[in-house]
Ligand binder design. Structure first.
Ligand code: SF4
Ligand code: SF4
Length: 303
């Protein structure tokens, strides 16, 4: 059963209106700038906000794997190679700084029941449910199909927020029940895409074209990361591809941000050493104008 690391209610991003977004754990890409690093691995993980540790030591004996100890200066350290993500230390920690992310698993009917609790907000705002991640399409296809079919049957608007790297069969099976595809394209240059995400973009673009050819409602979303893909020529080429091959769909230019950097520390990981920078607001507007110049009429910054 898919693992969920967050259910965010009353979101005004990730599609129209007021939405509830389900964040599934696990992603086939490994984007170097990912601001949800806890979403990348499919398995549950321990997160520790060590800066708030009061060194009480309650977690040390609680760990059945003997993964927690004090270092020579009395600080609490966790051996992540030993950690089985059981959550015992989180239960023992009086400061509440340890948590397991991705330990929630819900049968479809239970998840639907939770989601429908906000149906009134969806109906009044033109909102709905967004499936996100991690990568929602990396989850069990039967589960996804049942979830989307049930929500669709209840009259709930369903959006899929995807990186597009998924077997065609999954896209085909969800197509009848997904009202909006929030479709990430990280880079048109295959080599750049491979260098920063770990995969080439050919299957991603093929799925995007498949959806466009079937009349799916698409919102192409482009994370703009300096210096990966923020060049004027990069964006012009991508905009031309979208306009000529996909159509005059909504395009969202999403400026890179560093809000997720603290999560790397809490996961015991390093932020990617390659220096990514936040594009300036004027540059984002310049890129937006370049997209418009390529014939796209619905281009937003953010979204
Ligand atoms: S999650 Fe479990 S195994 Fe991991 S450090 Fe905490 S108690 Fe030990
Ligand atoms: S139980 Fe929590 S506050 Fe106490 S030492 Fe462990 S991590 Fe720190």
């Amino acid at each position: 059963m898919p693992r969920i690391f967050n259910i965010q209610r009353f979101s005004t991003h990730d599609g129209p209106g007021i939405r509830t977004t389900v964040f599934f754990k696990g992603c086939p890409l490994a984007c170097a700038w990912c601001h949800n690093p806890e979403s990348q691995a499919a398995s549950p993980e321990l997160m520790v906000d060590a800066d708030r540790c009061v060194s009480c030591g309650s977690c040390v004996p609680a760990c059945p794997e003997h993964a927690i100890s004090r270092d020579g200066e009395g600080r609490i350290v966790t051996d992540r190679d030993r950690c089985a993500a059981c959550g015992a230390c989180a239960d023992a920690c009086p400061a509440g700084i340890r948590e397991i992310t991705g330990d929630l698993q819900l049968p479809v009917r239970d998840l639907v029941r939770r989601l429908l609790a906000d149906r009134m907000f969806f109906e009044r705002s033109g909102g709905g449910v967004t499936l996100s991640g991690g990568e929602c399409l990396a989850q069990d296809v039967s589960y996804l199909e049942e979830l989307c079919r049930t929500l669709h049957g209840e009259g709930v608007h369903v959006a899929a927020d995807t990186c597009g790297l998924a077997p065609r069969e999954i896209v085909e099976r969800l197509l009848p029940f997904v009202d909006l595809w929030l479709y990430d394209v990280k880079a048109l240059d295959d080599e750049v895409h491979r260098r920063y995400t770990g995969h080439g973009n050919a299957p991603i673009l093929a799925n995007l074209e498949y959806l466009a050819d079937r009349g799916a409602t698409l919102n192409v979303r482009v994370p703009v990361v300096r210096p990966v893909n923020d060049g004027e020529r990069d964006i012009a080429a991508l905009a031309a591809y979208i306009r000529n091959r996909i159509g005059d769909v909504r395009v969202s230019l999403l400026p890179y941000h560093t809000a997720g950097n603290g999560k790397y520390r809490r996961l015991g990981r390093q932020v990617d050493a390659r220096a990514f920078a936040v594009p300036a607001a004027e540059h984002m507007e310049r890129l937006r104008q370049i997209c418009i110049g390529q014939g796209l009429t619905d281009v937003e910054i953010g979204g």
